[in-house]
Design a protein around this ligand. Sequence first.
Ligand SMILES: [Zn+2]
Length: 233
Amino acid sequence: MASYVKKDNTFEQAEPLSRECPHCGAHAQLIPTATPSFEAIRSAQPRQVGIAFRCAACNEPRFGRAAVRSIDTVRVELSSNIIEVERSRQRFPYNYLPPAVERIFREALQCYSADCYNAFASMCRRTVHAAVTDLGSNARLQLFELYKEVVEIGSIDEPTAQMLETVLFGTDGPVPEIGPDHAAVLIEMIKDMAYQCYVRTAKLRAAMKMRRYFAEEHSGKITSLDRHRAETA
Ligand SMILES: [Zn+2]
């Protein structure tokens, strides 16, 4: 379904456009806020035009471009295929990572979002390096166990698993070249490994600490402030 810029500069979409938002993550409608003028397209005759939208869920701006299909005296027809200029970002609770790991890992996910799959693969190997430097030499084995777990849970085929093992843990050669297929598996793998290694550990420790605190308070080992006040009043 095409969209149109009419002679009076009104913008008409055959049907509303909805996409996943890189800002809020919602699959929300894109509401046009700035569309090209009819006269400007008529005089410049561009192959593509830019349109600004706002996300119906979070109001953040979104930008797209569309091919110009035809220009006549009353309207301009635009392709329905709106290409978004801003890519969806990978989400991750980065605040659980130590700064040295976060810097590398964040850049790894940005490479993936930009479709730079080989840069992404290299940054994944550096993420493993950064985590091992942070956690100590035992972490290498721990990360390898997490990798094996993902291979098993995800039923990843043998050649892919071997290639990704070389990407992440290879020491005697360059990172092998990967394409979108391998990158799609690797993104889920590295996110899960980082999550299990840092986020799960931190959340579990915090939850246990909290439960033990309340258990001790309940058994009278810790005097809560209110009880202390009641006793001394
Ligand atoms: Zn949004």
